[in-house]
Every structure is written in C-alpha cells, then in structure tokens.
Design a protein around this ligand. Structure first.
Ligand code: ATP
Ligand code: MG
Length: 139
C-alpha cells in the first residue's frame, strides 16, 4: 500500500487492527522516522483504545487497553538480548502466554525474542510524506 500522509497511515493501521485475531505479535520494521509509532497509533484506534499512544523509547514498553491489552515495545535502546530476558519480556512474545496484541518497533534488536511473529509491517519512506507500507502475514 502507499500512504500519502499521516492520516492515511493511521487509517491503514486502524483497518488492519480490525482484521487481526489474538494473541497476535506484530513486528514493525523501517528506518528512524519511517512511521512505526504512527502505525501503532492507528492500530490502537482501530482496536478500540482511547489512550494516547507515545513512543516507548525510554520505557521500552507502553501498555494500552483496547479490546484486549496492547503491548507496544520499542527495542531501539535495548543493550542485549539478555537484557530482554532479565526484564521478563518473553511472556509478551509467545502465543501461549500472550493475552492481547504485541507490537514491536526495532525487533532487529532482539531476534531470538521475536521469532514467534504473526505479521511483519515494513514501512519505507518514499519522500517527506509518502510511505510504502507492506504487511506480510506469516505462512
Ligand atoms: N505518511 C506518513 N505516515 C507516517 N508518518 C509520516 C507520514 N508522513 C510524514 N510522517 C512523519 O514521519 C514521522 C514518523 O514518526 P514516527 O515516530 O511514527 O516514526 P518511527 O518509525 O516510530 O521512528 P523511530 O524509529 O524513531 O521510533 C512523523 O514526524 C510523521 O509526522
Ligand atoms: Mg517509534
């Protein structure tokens, strides 16, 4: 899909949220400023959350209440995969223990943690406002 502006990204993500089944693990890939956090904003909206979505860069995870809990990770500042283990993140990254939806920015930072994914969302910057959004379902 091609998004021409922030509003379209929000709409694409919101529609996508209505189509998923839980538990669900979604990886968000793309450069700094591609629009991953804005995609989560739209996702939360479509998933019936009225809470404000912000970047969890400093907290690593934000929790929003939608139809089910939404766990929004940003692993950019994660030092190592062991750190993720120590912080006890595994329960949000496997289907047996996850009750809700996990969305992950910068999954590249903890490859072994995010093996159990359902969707990969790749956001590519085409120009200032235009983005290519590719949603890949596993299998
Ligand atoms: N079509 C678009 N979709 C999404 N964001 C857009 C679009 N056009 C412009 N933008 C701008 O691009 C930026 C995207 O920021 P956002 O925080 O969502 O990126 P990010 O991928 O989460 O970055 P980071 O890796 O730093 O967390 C915002 O400033 C937003 O206004
Ligand atoms: Mg972000």
């Amino acid at each position: 899909m091609v998004s021409q502006n922030v509003k379209q990204t929000i709409n694409i993500a919101s529609k996508f949220a209505k189509s998923i089944k839980t538990p669900c693990i979604i990886l968000l890939e793309g450069d700094l400023g591609a629009g991953k956090t804005h995609f989560v904003k739209g996702f939360a909206k479509g998933y019936a959350s009225k809470q404000l979505v912000t970047s969890p860069t400093f907290t690593i995870m934000n929790l929003y209440q939608g139809k089910k809990p939404i766990y929004h990770f940003d692993l950019y500042r994660l030092e190592s995969e062991e750190e993720a283990e120590i912080l006890g993140f595994e329960e949000y990254f496997n289907h047996d223990s996850l009750n809700g939806v996990t969305l992950v920015e910068w999954p590249e930072k903890a490859k072994s943690l995010v093996k159990d994914w359902d969707y990969k969302v790749q956001i590519n910057k085409i120009d200032e406002d235009k983005r290519e959004i590719v949603i890949q379902k596993r299998g």
